[in-house]
Design a protein around this ligand. Sequence first.
Ligand SMILES: [Zn+2]
Ligand SMILES: [Zn+2]
Length: 137
Amino acid sequence: MPRASARRAPDVAQPPLPMRDNMLDLGAFWTRLLPEQRKTIGVAAMTMVVGWLGATRGPMSRRDKRWNFAAAEIAGREILAGAVIEALGIDLDNFEAHRPHIGLLGIRVCHLCGCTDRVACPEGCSWVDDKTCSRCV
Ligand SMILES: [Zn+2]
Ligand SMILES: [Zn+2]
């Protein structure tokens, strides 16, 4: 199966992806999506999460039914990944240039390295201001 970026017509001009603090602004990108793209992405994301929760939580007596939830998680993740990559049209070999701005989720993130309160730098760090950690000054 060809990659999403390879399926795009080469003569279709794509506007540059919205960036903020050198990170991908997926909130701004979401406003560009067509209604059917939003539906596919939204339903796939919810299917993935409900599948994950069902597969990993709940009473042990339901364990024998959890493969149904795991199948939902896998299907949701695969559909979601394909739809998001196709919508973004980004080069999978240059993925590091497209780090999402998770600050848009209301999470404090270092604008230089991407660490957060929950996932600090491997050597440890602290905040020197609202968007810079001590490893990046
Ligand atoms: Zn940092
Ligand atoms: Zn840090």
